[in-house]
Write a protein that binds this ligand. Structure first.
Ligand SMILES: CC(=O)SCCNC(=O)CCNC(=O)[C@H](O)C(C)(C)COP(=O)(O)OP(=O)(O)OC[C@H]1O[C@@H](n2cnc3c(N)ncnc32)[C@H](O)[C@@H]1OP(=O)(O)O
Ligand SMILES: O=C([O-])CC(=O)C(=O)O
Length: 371
């Protein structure tokens, strides 16, 4: 090999692709800042709508700005007949992520401003998606259960309305609060795979909806957002706490990746896990399900002892969504509903200072040959 062979960064690991002012992931201090604010403080003090505004605009909203956002979000919640019909006609053999991806495509195709890439138009599209995604996610779960659509309620905030559209009523405040916390923690995480996908699509000057559709596809995989669903399958496989160690031994012997553990950036633990674990503990207490926490802790401890690998956010979120009553296949769509705020913030940041994203590759196929 020639000495000038380029260094290959497989999986772009360690590559700094651009700057961003939206969030800072610091694996050294185990911290995550949204626009400078520690995510833990936002989760303790803010509504999801406030965090969405912060991600999009760079500052927390004034009361008046928050009112405006809430008004627009609430006015955009109802699905069009076409989108509802599309959901109805998508087979229930399709994964809910596929339903969501397809529905977002139609929402975009129905927006006459889809091709307007001005900051105001992109912001309006972002709010529209924020408002529409819960309706799709909630209705898709309901129709799979043979239940009717629950229309949105404009008197409720985002988290309450999402839960009511899914379950038919607003649950106990403990549940609403745990859900709100999960949405805030999931909202943004710098250049993760789905966000980077959205930025790549935006860099070609394609529209915001195309970027979000692509990002949904990237989030679906079990190495990324699909892990919150996969964690629940692991819990189901293990059954109860006393099986955790033997299950882990077998899984590692089979060279399986243990879902909900490990991270490309955090190597000493995911900054968001303690906050989500605390929310899970409150749910366990509320629902009287100590067995869930027992299994959670046993597997976490065993994984720490065997591999020294720590849980990521999907590990506490999976069982938390399960306790709230969501079907397992709905977990990653919940992640989408939250992350759409971060994705669209990145779309707008990329568009504002664009450069086509197009890395190089080192060819290692056959030497030139001829027919
Ligand atoms: C919200 C999110 O998207 S967070 C991520 C959610 N994804 C998951 O939970 C899926 C499970 N985790 C994983 O597959 C990985 O940890 C990833 C994909 C998240 C990160 O992977 P990478 O940064 O590429 O780490 P990499 O795969 O190089 O792992 C380093 C070593 O730790 C091992 N490892 C990392 N994660 C795990 C895991 N979950 N289970 C078992 N071993 C693991 C790898 O096998 C590798 O071992 P080796 O050096 O002996 O080959
Ligand atoms: O940052 C990543 O690679 C994955 C992740 O935790 C996220 O997107 O929330």
């Amino acid at each position: 090999m020639s000495s000038t062979a380029p260094e290959i960064h497989k999986g772009l690991a360690g590559v700094v692709a651009d700057t961003t002012a939206i969030s800072k992931v610091n694996p050294e201090t185990n911290s995550l800042l949204y626009r400078g604010y520690p995510v833990q403080e936002l989760a303790a003090e803010c509504s999801f709508e406030q965090v969405a505004w912060l991600l999009w605009h760079g500052e927390l909203p004034s009361d008046e700005q928050l009112d405006t956002l809430q008004e627009t979000e609430r006015a955009n919640r109802a699905l069009s007949d076409d989108v509802r019909d599309l959901v109805d006609r998508t087979p229930t053999t399709a994964h809910p992520m596929d339903v969501l991806r397809t529905a977002v495509s139609l929402v975009g195709a129905q927006d006459p401003s889809a091709g307007d890439a001005s900051p105001d138009a992109d912001l309006a599209k972002s709010v529209r998606l924020l408002a529409q995604l819960p309706a799709v996610v909630a209705y898709d779960q309901r129709r799979r259960r043979g239940e009717d659509l629950v229309p949105p309620d404009e008197d409720l905030d985002y988290a309450e309305n999402f839960l009511r559209m899914t379950f038919g009523e607003v649950p106990d405040p403990v549940v609403v609060d745990a859900f709100r916390v999960s949405l805030i923690l999931y909202a943004e995480h710098s250049f993760n795979a789905s966000t980077f996908t959205a930025r790549v699509i935006t860099s070609t000057m394609a529209d915001l909806y195309s970027a979000v559709v692509g990002a949904i596809g990237a989030l679906k995989g079990p190495l990324h957002g699909g892990a919150n669903e996969a964690v629940m399958h692991v819990f189901d496989e293990i059954g109860s706490a006393e099986n955790a160690e033997p299950w882990l031994e077998r899984a590692l012997a089979e060279k399986r990746k243990i879902m909900g553990f490990g991270h490309r950036v955090y190597k000493k633990g995911d900054s968001r896990v303690p906050t989500m674990r605390a929310a899970l503990e409150r749910l366990v207490e509320h629902y009287g399900r100590p067995d869930v926490l027992d299994l959670y802790t046993r597997l976490e401890t065993a994984m720490g002892e065997r591999k020294n690998i720590k849980p990521n956010l999907d590990y506490p979120s999976g069982p938390a969504y399960h306790l709230m009553g969501f079907d397992t296949a709905t977990f990653t769509p919940l992640f989408v509903a939250s992350r759409v705020t971060g994705w669209t913030a990145h779309v707008m940041e990329q568009a504002a200072d664009n450069s086509l994203i197009r890395p190089l590759s080192e060819y290692d196929g056959p030497d030139e040959r001829h027919l």
